[in-house]
Ligand binder design. Structure first.
Ligand code: ARG
Length: 469
């Protein structure tokens, strides 16, 4: 932080020294410089410059010798950055000028020809798209890894009943495998959102220059291809000034972080002492400095909490962008930190969830015990009345409700009600009804497409494992 905001830098920025006699105030430099965070774009910036120089040489704007010198200089700079020897300078604002000035320091005049027919505006738009694209590829692989971990365990626990909830009240038994596969579906859509984002993002802004295009005979298809884009962007104003690709990425991130947060919350619940549905090893829990008995699910809690950052990043960038007239405005420099931060939080959350899924030991006996509590098979009873006695469902619901009240008053579960007492409520009930009141019968009966029957779950787990192999 600057302690003396009225101080000035002596020298004008060498990139626009012609127009400027003196340097910016210290506070101007401090608010203006982005090198503290956009140095993360260095690989993309070098890739973009290599593609641009090769294209300039091919169309004859620079000579082949200049291109070779630029190529060698950029390679050397890449090496300097990689090995921590690059002299980053806040007076040069951002990664683009840091690299360009360094290039000129190293190779002289050829370096000063590189910026022909381009601007930092199309340069940063290109670099940032490349960075987000790389992040998408990494995150997509990580999501697949979590899905794989979940599908593996879902296969193992395809037939193990647990209580299924609505309102966090016991609803109907489901299998643990079914529950885990629900998250596989969510994560698959998260992956799909990234793929959609990538498809729309994959156009190259390079050559849009500051905002209007350029008078040089550039070959935009060539640079687009060299950088792995599907095509060049079609409108130079749009290309340098929209950040919807970053917003889509953050939208996908926010939705996925929300999914991970719900799963993390379930881990927290399952792990808490009154539940004890799962255990996590020492690898994914922490102790308490005062309470010796504690084993806390900090990783799950932090995954739950990271959602705040990720959602905040989306809101932050939407807010930055919403009032900007075309084309570029410096406001857009504030696009990067939210994206970097959200990508990091998302990646870390995925890694933590993958770790916990592989680490957790479910207590299947305990899950089974609670799967039958809370009259969880009441719907099975009502369905039996419909199927066997042909009662209208509403009537069956009513009869079952009275039987539940009866059982509750006696302190037994539905299977514990004597047949005679059931018959007092509906005289045609027979002993056959008891066959549908077990947890196993309940889950086995849910054979409808997408239902929790163990056979369904085993099939789905196998399908996912194969798809993800
Ligand atoms: N550091 C700038 C950014 O991130 C690069 C573009 C600067 N363009 C300009 N016209 N000042 O947005």
């Amino acid at each position: 932080m600057s302690e003396t905001p009225d101080q000035r830098n002596e020298a004008a920025n060498p990139q626009w020294g012609g127009r400027f006699a003196a340097g910016p105030s210290v506070v101007m430099q401090e608010i203006n410089a982005s090198i503290g965070f956009d140095r993360k774009l260095w690989r993309q910036d070098i890739r973009g410059s290599l593609a641009h120089a090769a294209m300039l040489a091919k169309v004859g704007v620079i000579g082949p010798q200049d291109e070779q010198t630029i190529r060698a200089g950029l390679a050397a700079i890449g090496h300097e950055i990689e090995t921590g020897r690059f002299p980053f300078d806040a007076a040069l604002e951002d990664i683009h000028m840091n690299i360009e000035v360094r290039l000129t320091d190293r190779i002289g005049e050829a370096g000063r020809r590189l910026h022909t027919g381009r601007s930092r505006n199309d340069q940063v738009a290109t670099d940032f798209r490349l960075w987000v694209r790389d992040a998408i590829d990494g995150l997509t692989a990580q999501i697949a890894d979590v899905m794989r971990a979940l599908a593996d365990r879902a296969g193992t626990y395809a037939a193990d009943p647990m209580p299924g909830f609505t309102h966090l009240q016991t609803a109907q038994p489901v299998t643990f495998g079914h529950h885990l596969l629900a998250y596989v579906e969510m994560l698959d859509r998260d992956r799909g959102r990234l793929a959609d984002c990538r498809r729309r993002l994959n156009q190259c802004p390079l050559g849009s220059a500051a905002l209007a295009g350029t008078s040089f005979p550039i070959d935009r298809a060539m640079t687009a291809k060299a950088l792995g884009f599907d095509r060049p962007t079609a409108n130079s104003l749009d290309a340098v000034s929209d950040r919807d690709f970053a917003l889509e990425f953050l939208g996908a991130a926010a939705i996925s972080a929300m999914h991970l947060s719900r799963f993390a919350e379930e881990i927290v619940i399952w792990l808490s002492a009154p539940w004890r549905f799962i255990r996590l090893s020492d690898a994914f829990t922490t102790g308490s400095s005062i309470m010796p008995q504690k084993r806390n699910p900090d990783a799950a809690e932090l995954v739950r909490a990271k959602t705040g950052r990720v959602t905040g990043a989306l809101v932050a960038l939407l807010t930055v962008m919403k009032g900007l007239p075309l084309a570029y405005a410096k406001d857009m420099q504030e696009d990067k930190e939210p994206v970097f931060d959200a990508a990091e939080a998302w990646a870390l959350s995925l890694a933590a969830i993958a770790g916990m899924v592989r680490d957790m030991t479910p207590d299947t006996a305990r899950m089974r015990e609670f799967a039958g509590s809370g009259f969880a098979t009441a719907t099975d009873l009502a369905d039996w009345l419909v199927r066997v006695l042909e009662l209208p469902f509403r009537d069956a619901h009513h009869v079952t409700g009275r039987l539940v009240a009866m059982a509750e008053a006696k302190g037994v579960d539905l299977a514990g009600l004597p047949l005679a007492e059931m018959q007092a409520e509906e005289k045609r009930i027979t002993a056959e009804v008891f066959t549908v009141l077990t947890v196993e019968a309940s889950v086995a009966s849910r054979t409808s497409l997408g239902g929790t029957a163990p056979a369904n779950v085993a099939r789905e787990a196998a399908r996912w494992r194969e798809a993800l192999a």
